[in-house]
Ligand binder design. Structure first.
Ligand code: NAD
Length: 379
C-alpha cells in the first residue's frame, strides 16, 4: 500500500499533508510513501529531506497512478487528479461545505473522498482532528499578527521614562482557536476577556486567567440544536442582547479576535460597523471566521482593511504561515487516521463503510456521493 502527496496547486497555502517525520511513521507500519517532487518545498521540506526518510520522489503522474491513498491539506481540483486510479482514497482537508460541485467531480473520478473536517468530536477521533490541530495554531497566529499591527505593546511596563498600561484583548468564540488566542494574549501580558454562546466555556476562560463576558442564554435563544460540542445558531433577540453587552466592552479593547463558527452555516455576525466606530483608532480586529462569511462587518477574506481607523484583518492563512508546525500536526492527523484502519496482517487499509468514523467522513464512494449531508445538496 502506498501513500502519496501531491504539490498543492491551490495558491497561498504552504502546508503539506505528508512530512518527513510522517514518512518514517508510515514506513514503520510497512506503508511506502510517494512524494511529488517539490510537494513539501513551501512548508520548508526539501525532496532530499523526504528521500532521507525513505520516501520515493516521483512525478505527479506516478504519485497519482501508484497511490492507494492520497493525503491533502486542501481539496485538489478535479483536473489535478486526472489519471488517478478509481478506488483511490483521497484523505484530508476537503472543505466539503465550500464547493459541492467538486464532490460530484470526485464521484465521477471514482475516488473515495474522505473529509477529515467531518470527524466527530470523540475521544477516538481527537488525534485525527485536523480542525483542532490547525485552529490551535491559527488562534496563536491571530494574536501574533495583531501585535505586529497594533501601535502599542501588550504587557504593562514600568520604565524610567514612565509606565505603560497593559493592552486589552477580547476573544469572541472560545473553541480551540479562541482558547489558544486567550493563552497567547495572556502570555504576552495583555488583560484578556472572552465570550461564547456555550456556557461551559466560562470556566475555561477563567482557568486561563481571563475574564468571561457573558450574556445569559434564555429559552428560545438557540435556533438550531447544538450538538457534539458545536454551537447552534442563535436568535435575533439573543444577538441584540449580546450586541448591547459587547458594544460597551469592545470600545475599550486594543485587540479583538473573533473565531465564532457554526458548522455548515455561515459564521454568525458578531461585530457591526457601528460598533467598530466606537473603538479606538489604531486598534486591531482579527476575524478568523472571514472565510466562512465573517464575524465582523467589512472584513475582507485574506486582507487587512481599515474602518474608522481600526485595522480589520480577515485572517485565512494563520496555520499556513506556521507551515512547519501546521504540516507536522496535519500529517500526524492523517497518519493517525490511516494507522487506525491499517490491517497489519492482511496489509490492507480496512476502512469498513459502516465504521462510525468512516461513515462520518466519506463523501464519495463507487462513483457516487454517499454522505447523507451532501447527497441531497447535490441532487
Ligand atoms: P468551532 O470552531 O465550531 O467554533 C468556535 C467557537 O465559536 C465555539 O466555541 C462556539 O461555541 C463559538 N460560537 C458560535 N457562535 C457564537 C456566537 N454567536 N457568539 C460567540 N461565540 C460563538 O469550535 P471548536 O473550536 O471546534 O470547539 C468547540 C468545542 O468542541 C470545544 O469545547 C472543543 O474543546 C471541543 N472539541 C472537542 C474535540 C474532541 O473531543 N475530539 C475536538 C475538537 C473540539
Amino acid at each position: 500500500v502506498q501513500i502519496s502527496v501531491l504539490v498543492n496547486l491551490e495558491a497561498g497555502d504552504h502546508r503539506v499533508a505528508l512530512t518527513p517525520s510522517a514518512v518514517t511513521r508510515y514506513a514503520k507500519l510497512g506503508l511506502s510513501t510517494l512524494v511529488e517532487s517539490g510537494a513539501g518545498l513551501a512548508a520548508g521540506f526539501s525532496d532530499e529531506a523526504y528521500a532521507a526518510q525513505g520516501a520515493a520522489i516521483v512525478s505527479r503522474q506516478e504519485a497519482l497512478t501508484q497511490a492507494d491513498a492520497l493525503v491533502t491539506v486542501r481539496p485538489p481540483a478535479a483536473a489535478d487528479l486526472a489519471g488517478v486510479r478509481p478506488g483511490t482514497k483521497l484523505i484530508g482537508g476537503l472543505a466539503p461545505y465550500a464547493d459541492p460541485a467538486r464532490m460530484a467531480d470526485y464521484a465521477s473520478l471514482g475516488v473515495e473522498a474522505m473529509a477529515l473536517e467531518l470527524l466527530p468530536r470523540t475521544t477516538r477521533a481527537q488525534a485525527m482532528d485536523i480542525l483542532s490541530s490547525q485552529a490551535n495554531l491559527a488562534g496563536y497566529h491571530a494574536v501574533a499578527r495583531a501585535t505586529t499591527e497594533l501601535n502599542r505593546c501588550l504587557p504593562m511596563m514600568t520604565t524610567a521614562a514612565g509606565s505603560i498600561v497593559a493592552a486589552k484583548a477580547f476573544v469572541m468564540g472560545v473553541g480551540v482557536a479562541g482558547l489558544q488566542a486567550i493563552a497567547t494574549a495572556r502570555r504576552l501580558g495583555a488583560v484578556v476577556s472572552a465570550t461564547d454562546v456555550r456556557p461551559e466555556t466560562r470556566e475555561q476562560i477563567m482557568s486561563l486567567g481571563a475574564k468571561p463576558v457573558f450574556e445569559d442564554i434564555r429559552d428560545g435563544d438557540q435556533l438550531t440544536a447544538a450538538a457534539g460540542g458545536y454551537a447552534g445558531e442563535m436568535s435575533e433577540a439573543y444577538r441584540q442582547r449580546q450586541a448591547a453587552l459587547v458594544s460597551g466592552h469592545i470600545a475599550m479593547q486594543d485587540i479583538v479576535v473573533t473565531t465564532a463558527l457554526i458548522p455548515g452555516r455561515p459564521a454568525p455576525r458578531l461585530i457591526s460597523d457601528a460598533q467598530i466606530a466606537t473603538m479606538k483608532p489604531g486598534s486591531v480586529i482579527v476575524d478568523l471566521a472571514a472565510e466562512s462569511g465573517g464575524n465582523v462587518e467589512g472584513a475582507v477574506v485574506g486582507e487587512m482593511v481599515e474602518r474608522h481607523g481600526v485595522k480589520i484583518i480577515g485572517l485565512v492563512d494563520g496555520a499556513s504561515r506556521l507551515a512547519v508546525d501546521a504540516s507536522n500536526l496535519f500529517a500526524r492527523n492523517c497518519y493517525n487516521f490511516i494507522e487506525a484502519y491499517w490491517d497489519k496482517v492482511g496489509k490492507t487499509l480496512a476502512m469498513a463503510a459502516d465504521d462510525v468514523l468512516i461513515e462520518a467522513v466519506t463523501l464519495t464512494r463507487g462513483g457516487m456521493i454517499v454522505h447523507p449531508r451532501f447527497v441531497q445538496a447535490a441532487a
